[in-house]
Design a protein around this ligand. Structure first.
Ligand code: AMP
Length: 201
């Protein structure tokens, strides 16, 4: 009997049912494993916040590679021309994703850090208020941009970052995160679809 064929998990072509199943198992396992690399730190940086500490994940090359590969392969073939990372933990994920997609990286930074002409945007955090800035020439109307940060919480940071990029005339393609704290509903506030490697419901 001819082997049944199915779309592969990430839609990268076709594979046999057994290959498909084992790949799904591998991915499910990798996702479960990944969760053990995230450390919950209660009451940091202030009371009531459970901080998702990604340093155990960063310390494991397999886990780190899995996160970068998963984000990059999700956006492969979508015509991304620039990846933007948000200071500071967003930089860790954004630059390797940019390299994997074969495009450039641009930073969004805390105020006063960028050396050239910059635009600024104020926003509310899960724990406080902040301002972010982008160089005026970071992106332009010809760019299709992927936004990257480590954690999506309330979405305030990413909404502000997207406003900066849109104001420069670029097209937003998506917002990618290592972790989505989905119970906070940040994804619903974003102007474009989000993608996360790990979701906490
Ligand atoms: P938000 O603007 O609320 O989506 O917050 C996102 C930003 O704050 C990201 O850059 C995260 O690095 C950081 N952040 C917010 N909440 C947490 C959390 N519970 N654990 C780790 N990082 C967080």
């Amino acid at each position: 009997m001819a082997e049944e064929r199915h779309e592969s998990v990430r839609g990268e072509g076709r594979c046999t049912r057994s290959a498909w199943t084992s790949r799904r198992r591998r991915l499910a396992f990798a996702t479960m494993e990944l969760r053990t690399h995230i450390r919950d730190v209660p009451d940091f940086p202030k009371k009531g916040i459970v901080f998702k500490d990604i340093t155990p994940l960063l310390g494991d090359p397999k886990a780190l590679a899995y996160v970068m590969d998963t984000i990059a392969s999700h956006y492969q073939g979508q015509g991304i021309t620039k990846v933007i990372g948000i200071e500071s933990r967003g930089f860790i994920f954004a630059a390797p994703v940019a390299l994997a997609l074969g495009v450039g990286f641009a930073p969004i930074r805390k105020p006063g850090k960028l050396p050239w002409k910059a635009r600024r945007q104020e926003y509310a955090l899960e724990y406080g208020k902040d301002v972010i800035e982008i160089h005026e020439d970071a992106v332009g109307p010809a760019d299709r941009v992927l936004m990257v940060d480590d954690v999506l919480a309330t979405g305030g940071t990413m909404v502000a970052a997207c406003s900066l990029v849109s104001a420069l005339g670029a097209t937003l393609v998506g917002c990618a995160f290592a972790i989505d704290l989905a119970f906070l509903g940040g994804g619903k506030r974003l102007p474009v679809p989000s993608f996360a490697v790990l979701t906490y419901s």
